[in-house]
Write a protein that binds this ligand. Structure first.
Ligand code: ADP
Ligand code: MG
Length: 285
């Protein structure tokens, strides 16, 4: 989908306004460090927005705020135009169904003692969907596994995470996110623990799901080649501030902010391909 189409789609699916977040510094009770400083951004329906920045710049904190796992000091988060802090707990829970998260470490994020079926079905149980209908839940699990190309599902449904590869685990995590038919997926460095070829496979799968279901993504990464391949638009976070944003092509090919240029230079040292006018082709090799 072209960004022109996306940006003409009216109200963003997600909007962040003047978000600030601070934490207590270790050992200093009266001192707090400001981790996010007046962050403002938006994501349209079916849009893939990349959040890039070095480690410790506040990317995961931003993801956790959006998911309601932390609370901002001030500022607001609007999902489909509604402020998540201005609705009742019940409404918030209903809205959360449409935002799901995939975490970085597939070895850590899947409950080890549960089967794939139990892991993928868990969001249905949390949201009390088909609560008394195990057969229906199993059908939905099978559909979700098919969506992430873990087929035939009978091969995977009774397995445990330790019996799966890293790439398969990350697909299970994605199936778990998909089962509630989310409109937004926050993916926090979902590819960074995978081998290069598996990274591309996961990104291409996420792309297909966007095309098929119109899912929007906030894709957090420090891999600029993958960001270029997957994202429509990029936000560059440095020390808790968004220092640059724009179309992915433009930000990567003509970075304006010194911090973005430094990120690019660091990336090029490892991946000269990104310098090319067509990094997508080159990095796919
Ligand atoms: N729960 C917390 N308590 C205290 N400091 C935190 C907490 N979570 C994150 N931080 C700090 O906030 C900063 C940003 O962290 P994070 O959002 O994880 O960065 P990133 O994901 O970009 O690597 C870091 O300095 C980190 O130490
Ligand atoms: Mg992080």
């Amino acid at each position: 989908m072209s960004v022109d189409v996306i940006s003409s789609q009216g109200e963003p699916i997600l909007q962040l306004k003047e978000i600030r977040k601070s934490f207590d510094r270790h050992g200093a009770r009266l001192e707090r460090s400001m981790v996010l400083k007046d962050v403002e951004c938006f994501i349209h329906r079916a849009e893939v927005v990349g959040l890039i920045g070095g480690s410790g710049t506040g990317k995961s904190t931003l993801a956790r705020l959006i998911m309601g796992l932390e609370r901002q000091d001030c500022g607001s988060i609007l999902f489909e135009g509604r402020d998540l802090e201005q609705v009742t707990a019940r409404e918030r829970q209903a809205m959360r169904r449409f935002m799901q998260m995939v975490f970085q470490d597939p070895y850590d994020s899947l409950a080890q003692g549960l089967t794939v079926e139990e892991i993928v079905a868990e969001p249905l149980i949390i949201h009390r969907i088909h609560r008394y209908d195990r057969k229906k839940r199993r059908e939905l699990v099978e559909d979700a596994l098919a969506e992430v190309a873990l087929a035939p599902s009978s091969l995977f449904i009774n397995r445990y995470p330790h019996e799966l590869s890293g790439g398969q685990r990350q697909r299970v995590a994605l199936a778990r996110a998909l089962i509630l038919r989310p409109r937004l997926i926050i993916a926090d460095e979902p590819t960074s623990m995978l081998d290069v070829s598996l990274r591309l496979e996961l990104i291409d799968l996420m792309k297909r799901l966007r095309e098929r279901h119109g899912i929007a993504y906030l894709y957090i990464t420090h891999d600029l080649a993958l960001a270029h391949r997957f994202c429509d638009r990029l936000l560059v976070l440095s020390e808790g501030r968004i220092v640059e944003q724009g179309l992915a092509n433009e930000v990567i090919e003509r970075p304006r902010h010194p911090y973005t240029r430094a990120l690019m230079q660091a990336a090029m040292r490892f991946m000269p391909a990104i310098q090319s006018s067509n990094p997508v082709e080159l990095t796919a090799k």
